[in-house]
Design a protein. Structure first.
Length: 277
């Protein structure tokens, strides 16, 4: 049986094929199409968390924070939402020409405080808006850090547009030098990533092609953003790709004390479709 080797080229950093445990759970969205035409256009999106990318076998992705934006920046409806045992699904009616954004964004605060001789952690669901009420009176040695997670996809009707790529200045965001709906196998694409509105240097970038369950190599490639936050990728094959960018986390040695300040955490996930030339 002939084995296919997946390859990428990166100018921002040296890429290396790595082995990743099969039990790694990844969240993703998969649109029915990323490039469409016509006047009455819909896209259906599957959303899940799984070991095998774009295959439903672990748990559905929650839709509580799912939103869609039209090319002019107005918010659009998420329609026909349903959540099953292994996946969630929904539709978006693409009523405008141009590039649409569909995203689930969560912002939170993590940290700890001392009270009554004990160290307590902030409860889940803590945000900058409710932080004050989550810290009880008399608490001391309060330590906090923000956490931002963005999972998004882009779908274009007709010609690609860039209105929706204006950064919010919060978390990790994609600023496309190459439009994410204009990716061709064999051609280089360049993306820039920002962290809190500024070019994010040295962020780990992970790329994995879909179809994991049908090959004996994961095909993961690890890259890093350059000093300007940019990374260049040369797509070797057409298909769906999962891209993840995170803030690096320092591993704490066993028995070592916790850092004086919690580490800032941010994550970015997108699904990209690369077309054949």
């Amino acid at each position: 049986m002939k084995k296919r080797i997946w390859g990428f080229a990166a100018t921002a950093a040296l890429a290396a094929l790595v082995a990743v445990p099969a039990s790694a759970h990844r969240q993703w969205m998969m649109p029915s199409s990323t490039v469409l035409s016509g006047d009455d256009v819909w896209v259906t999106v599957d959303a899940a968390v799984s070991n095998d990318l774009f295959y439903f076998e672990h748990q559905p992705l929650r839709l509580d924070a799912m939103k869609a934006w039209a090319p002019d920046g107005t918010e659009a409806a998420i329609e026909n939402k349903a959540t099953g045992r292994y996946r969630s699904t929904f539709d978006v009616h693409l009523t405008q020409k141009g590039t649409w954004r569909i995203a689930s964004v969560s912002d939170g605060v993590m940290g700890s405080y001392d009270l009554g001789g004990k160290t307590e952690r902030l409860p889940r669901g803590t945000t900058t808006a409710n932080l004050a009420e989550r810290i009880p009176a008399g608490a001391t040695n309060v330590k906090t850090a923000e956490s931002n997670n963005r999972n998004e996809i882009f779908v274009t009707v007709g010609e690609p547009t860039t209105t929706l790529f204006k950064p919010t200045g919060k978390g990790i965001e994609l600023v496309p030098v190459t439009h994410p709906n204009d990716l061709i196998a064999g051609e280089a694409a360049t993306f820039q990533f920002l962290l809190d509105g500024k070019p994010a240097a040295g962020l780990p970038v992970t790329l994995i092609p879909g179809g994991i369950r049908y090959r004996d190599q994961l095909g993961q490639v690890d890259l890093k953003t350059g000093a300007d936050g940019k990374v260049e990728i040369n797509w070797a094959e057409p298909g769906l790709y999962w891209l993840n960018v995170t803030t690096p986390q320092t591993e704490r040695a066993e028995g070592a004390p916790e850092p004086a300040t919690p580490q800032r955490r941010a994550s970015y996930v997108t699904t990209l479709e690369v077309l054949a030339p």
